[in-house]
Design a protein around this ligand. Structure first.
Ligand code: PLP
Length: 288
């Protein structure tokens, strides 16, 4: 495995980071995950723009040229011996003596690390069968639009879901569904698609944006309007979306030790239509 360390490609073994890196001490940094299929990145530019925006929102200066970073990441992808996988990219604020205050540290240099991971196959079977989710409190902070390295809220929620045999945690704030622990959440009711508006309470997923575009093209009414737990349980269809798990039907829901079937308990027709359109986009990715 090769690693992109700032602007150098190095072997994993020699890709060491300083323990005083603020990413390690404070989770002071941001990240991205970008899929590649058959040697081509999907929505790379959108992910890199979001990476830059995440940096800017927490005052990490982002001085790289996106095109240069893009070509470094393409180079990195081409060093691996598999054609399908994803790249993990993180940027931390840099290395300094441990201190919450970073503002007087003019010599802080942001540190970028990126490496690729092999993805066995697209989760096609699960994408047809659907998954069970566990509904739980959204205990995260109020800047969820930043793709922050601080993932404890998501880690705890996902583990609780896993303990209960569910694949994903669906989070709510005071009864309003926000998103999943590492996914966005959509429902279908009476032919209309609903998802939480892109504000500070969710990460505006790149997959979410692609789905909204697909819905517009396919003539499926789409409302960026939040819904309640009750509306979620009574939806005709529901699914999660993310770069790695793509579009995953939700077919049953665990809540307060009870299990509810979602819709018919099977993948819905609108969900499938969106999955198909998404697969078409993947099949047509321009070569980087
Ligand atoms: N919401 C959260 C909290 C996430 O962590 C993620 C992805 O990791 C998503 C949504 C989906 O975002 P994307 O579609 O860009 O992968």
């Amino acid at each position: 495995t090769k690693v992109l360390l700032n602007n150098r490609i190095v072997d994993l073994k020699s890709a060491n980071v300083n323990i005083l890196d603020r990413g390690y001490q404070f989770g002071d940094g941001v990240y991205e995950v970008v899929r590649f299929y058959d040697h081509a990145y999907f929505e790379l530019e959108a992910h890199l723009i979001r990476l830059k925006e995440s940096c800017e929102k927490i005052n990490i200066p982002f001085k790289m040229h996106l095109k240069k970073l893009e070509s470094d990441l393409v180079y990195l992808m081409n060093t691996c011996d598999y054609s399908t996988g994803y790249v993990y990219i993180q940027i931390t604020r840099g290395v300094m003596d441990r201190n919450h205050i970073y503002r007087d540290q003019l010599d802080l240099k942001p540190q970028l690390v990126a490496y690729t991971v092999k993805e066995e196959k697209r989760p096609l079977k699960l994408m047809e069968q659907g998954i069970t989710v566990h509904v739980t409190d959204d205990i995260r902070w109020l800047l969820c639009d930043i793709k922050s390295l601080n993932l404890l809220g998501s880690v705890l929620a996902k583990n609780k879901a896993h303990e209960k045999g569910a694949k994903e945690a669906v989070l709510h704030r005071d009864g309003i569904i926000t998103e999943g622990s590492s996914t966005n959440v959509f429902i279908v009711k009476d032919g209309t698609l609903y998802t939480h508006p892109a504000n500070n309470l969710i990460l505006n997923g790149i997959t979410r944006r692609v789905i909204i575009d697909i819905a517009k093209k396919e003539g499926i009414p789409i409302k960026e309007t939040a819904f309640t737990i009750d509306e979620f349980l009574n939806a005709d269809e529901a699914f999660t979306s993310s770069t790695t798990a793509e579009i995953m039907p939700i077919v049953s829901v665990l809540l307060d030790e009870k299990t509810y079937a979602l819709g018919t308990g099977k993948r819905g027709v609108i969900t499938q239509k969106i999955q198909d359109a998404y697969s078409d986009l993947i099949a047509k990715i321009p070569q980087n």
